[in-house]
Design a protein around this ligand. Structure first.
Ligand SMILES: *[C@@H]1O[C@H](CO)[C@@H](O)[C@H](O)[C@H]1NC(C)=O
Ligand SMILES: *[C@@H]1O[C@H](CO)[C@@H](O)[C@H](O)[C@H]1NC(C)=O
Ligand SMILES: *[C@@H]1O[C@H](CO)[C@@H](O)[C@H](O)[C@H]1NC(C)=O
Ligand SMILES: *[C@@H]1O[C@H](CO)[C@@H](O)[C@H](O)[C@H]1NC(C)=O
Ligand SMILES: *[C@@H]1O[C@H](CO)[C@@H](O)[C@H](O)[C@H]1NC(C)=O
Ligand SMILES: *[C@@H]1O[C@H](CO)[C@@H](O)[C@H](O)[C@H]1NC(C)=O
Length: 627
């Protein structure tokens, strides 16, 4: 499995300012697999190339739907690159965004022509492609409203074993901070995924921007629905100006309200039924404007709105509520749906029939909490140090979406910290060749670590001794060398420690050896150099190779000093004798010699002081003493 990261540094884009006085919203559009930036009609939207930034394979695209942006390329992710592939995009200003991803088909005959995969945004699973999506325009993309607060967005595609994920485009379009506010449950922890967005009484599909909608609307796609039933209703349309359409926070295009469906005598109720995922909450937005010329004022058209047989709005009089004819009215309601269908019924109460201009249905998804950033960094360091093969991937978040955790990582949710952490890592027998990085100790909650049966070399980092939650540590059958760090003695929770089958040497820390009695099971066999506990050879003097070299040096040094002292003593005696002999002639020579001898004694003393407990310094200082 493989995931990759795309860093779109400095890719920054803004669309032209609309009629509103606000600054233009942030907008980034990516044409996946493109070698050059692309502009597309009719709005001349700018699509950034992603060529050269990322993994996956660029190819020519076949658009599954006529609403797919007119782009010619896509990027797909073959199984060999792992089951998870992510775009990680930097420099996205903090804010509220519509994120939309169009899926593609690879323009080659030997590819699965309907890949099925999962899509996550910021670690939250927002979509699973359903079979048949290629023949349904509304399913050729996934769209969701998300808050992005840390300057980045991570979008991942998760293979489910049904073909290679293939992506044509990614759009990240800023919307109003309060867009689609539906009540107290709305907020940063909520993602609204578009389930359906319909414009009634027309056969024209609409994107906001194609109809000069405000850029702060997020360039929504409106799927046309001309009728709800078999001629039981009628389309209506008008060219009249619609008031209050493009208002904050949602900035709907005026054209949305210029067509509608009205019910007729043969079936006074207007009923629309759609398929939904069961046991989810849905936020439903209904759009009205009285555009029927036969309605002259308030009181002439009153109806109830029922959703799945519950009355959610009573006595709706569009003219009265909106204040006038040709004036937009938006109502929203969030409900829990247990079954697989969602039915919206407009039931006339008096006078005329019901009218409906547009419907939006969102699935309310609780945003996932992420893995603690420290632990993510630790795993990334481990990935690098162990040289984890491409098939592992290990990008995006290790623990979420819950349905697609990193392979080998066991996750646990910490309610108090509101984040995920790693409590187990199983990477045994994975042909890993690297070394163990010190960062492994940042996995503070690790209870089990199994790296058995690889060819990991180098030393056991002594920082591992700080992961005090460790109960199972299996590093057996690797190529680890050096000694077992004393710090492992601090792992008081250890119940099993397998270090057998390595090239470890030296004494097993007493703290570990002693614990054998407490029912823990340790295995240190098949390490030629280990000693010090029953079953292993007994240790020699507790000396390292370095210490032995040092001692040898120290001994030779002491011998040399002895020789020098004897020579000096002998010379000095000779000098004194000679001085006594020359005293009558009064030569200064003897004094000089005495002083030299004194110098040597001083430096010897000096060195002796340094030597104390550090034989290497003695060896280094030796030559200066003798020179
Ligand atoms: C995509 O199509 C162009 C011609 O339109 C062709 O030159 C190119 O080789 C194709 N790319 C791939 C990966 O097939
Ligand atoms: C949605 O409805 C709630 C009441 O149910 C209301 O408070 C809120 O303002 C509405 N949202 C918008 C954007 O009109
Ligand atoms: C639906 O919303 C209610 C109230 O906010 C919440 O308790 C419940 O968990 C939600 N259900 C789902 C499936 O999200
Ligand atoms: C580690 O994995 C190996 C191989 O799968 C297994 O035999 C061993 O029992 C595991 N070690 C621990 C401590 O669970
Ligand atoms: C451990 O092995 C590495 C090579 O993998 C070597 O560079 C290092 O000197 C060895 N350390 C000890 C203490 O033998
Ligand atoms: C310890 O490991 C050796 C192989 O290195 C194995 O033969 C032995 O059975 C193990 N001992 C225990 C107690 O598991």
């Amino acid at each position: 499995m493989l995931r990759f990261t795309l860093l779109l540094l400095l890719v920054f884009c803004s669309s032209l300012s609309s009629s509103s006085a606000r600054p233009a919203p942030f907008a980034m559009r990516i044409s996946c697999g493109a070698r050059e930036n692309v502009r597309t009609r009719p709005t001349y939207a700018n699509w950034y190339k992603d060529f050269g930034y990322t993994g996956g394979i660029p190819d020519n695209a076949t658009s599954p739907s006529f609403i797919t942006p007119p782009l010619k390329t896509l990027r797909y992710f073959p199984r060999s690159e792992g089951p998870e592939n992510c775009y990680s995009i930097n420099r996205v200003p903090k804010g509220h965004y519509t994120v939309r991803i169009f899926f593609g088909l690879i323009a080659q005959p030997d590819f699965d022509n309907e890949p099925l995969f999962d899509v996550s945004v910021e670690g939250t699973l927002i979509h699973s492609l359903k079979s048949g999506w290629t023949s349904n325009d509304e399913q050729s993309f996934v769209e969701a409203l998300v808050f992005l607060l840390d300057g980045t967005i991570s979008i991942c595609f998760h293979s489910t074993g049904h073909g290679d994920p293939a992506i044509i485009s990614i759009e990240i379009l800023q919307v109003d901070d309060k867009a689609y506010y539906f009540g107290p449950e709305w907020g940063k922890g909520v993602i609204l995924k578009t389930t359906s967005r319909l414009t009634c009484g027309t056969s024209k599909p609409r994107f906001d921007e194609d109809y000069s909608g405000d850029h702060w609307g997020g360039d929504r796609y409106w799927h046309p629905i001309r009728t709800f039933g078999q001629n039981a209703d009628e389309p209506r349309s008008t060219e009249n100006v619609i008031k209050q359409a493009s208002d904050a926070p949602n900035f709907y295009p005026e054209a949305l309200y210029q067509s509608a469906i009205v019910s007729t005598d043969s079936q006074p109720d207007l009923t629309y039924t759609m398929d939904v995922d069961p046991n989810k909450n849905y936020s439903i937005w209904l759009h009205f404007a009285e555009i029927d010329a036969s309605i002259r004022g308030a009181g002439q058209r009153v109806f109830d709105v029922l959703i799945n047989d519950d009355t959610v709005f009573e006595n709706i009089d569009v003219v009265e509520r909106s204040g006038d004819r040709y004036t937009a009215l938006v109502l929203n309601k969030t409900i829990a749906v247990s079954g697989r269908t969602l039915t919206i019924t407009l039931h006339p109460k008096s006078g005329n029939h019901a009218i409906l201009n547009a419907i939006e249905v969102f699935q309310v998804i609780a945003a996932e909490s992420k893995t603690s950033p420290d632990e993510v960094r630790a795993l990334q360091a481990l990935k690098k140090a162990l040289g984890l093969p491409t098939r592992f991937g290990w990008n995006g978040d290790p623990c979420v979406p819950k349905e697609h955790p990193w392979s080998g990582a066991d996750c646990h949710f910490d309610k108090s910290g509101n984040n995920w952490f790693i409590d187990g890592l199983d990477l045994d027998n994975q042909v890993l060749k690297g070394f163990l990085p010190v960062e492994i100790s940042k996995l503070h909650h690790l209870q089990s670590l199994n790296l058995s049966g690889n060819t990991i070399h180098g030393a056991i980092p002594s920082s591992l001794g700080t992961v005090t939650s460790l109960q199972f540590l299996d590093l057996s059958y690797n190529s680890l060398n050096g000694s077992i760090p004393e710090s492992l003695g601090q792992l008081t929770a250890l119940r099993r420690l397998n270090l057998n089958g390595n090239s470890l040497s030296g004494r097993v820390p007493d703290a570990l050896g002693g614990r054998l009695l407490n029912g823990a099971s340790f295995n240190f066999t098949d390490n030629a150099g280990l000693c010090g506990i029953p079953g292993l050879r007994t240790c020699g003097p507790h000396l390292s190779a370095g210490a032995k070299v040092g001692i040898a040096f120290g001994a030779s040094l002491a011998f040399l000093l002895l020789v020098i002292c004897s020579v000096c003593y002998w010379k000095r005696r000779q000098n004194i004798l000679r001085a006594q002999q020359m005293a009558a002639r009064g030569a200064p020579y003897a004094k000089a010699r005495t002083q030299l001898s004194h110098d040597i004694q001083m430096s010897r003393h000096h060195n002796h002081h340094h030597n104390h407990g550090n034989t290497r310094t003695a060896a280094e200082n030796g030559p200066s003493l003798l020179s």
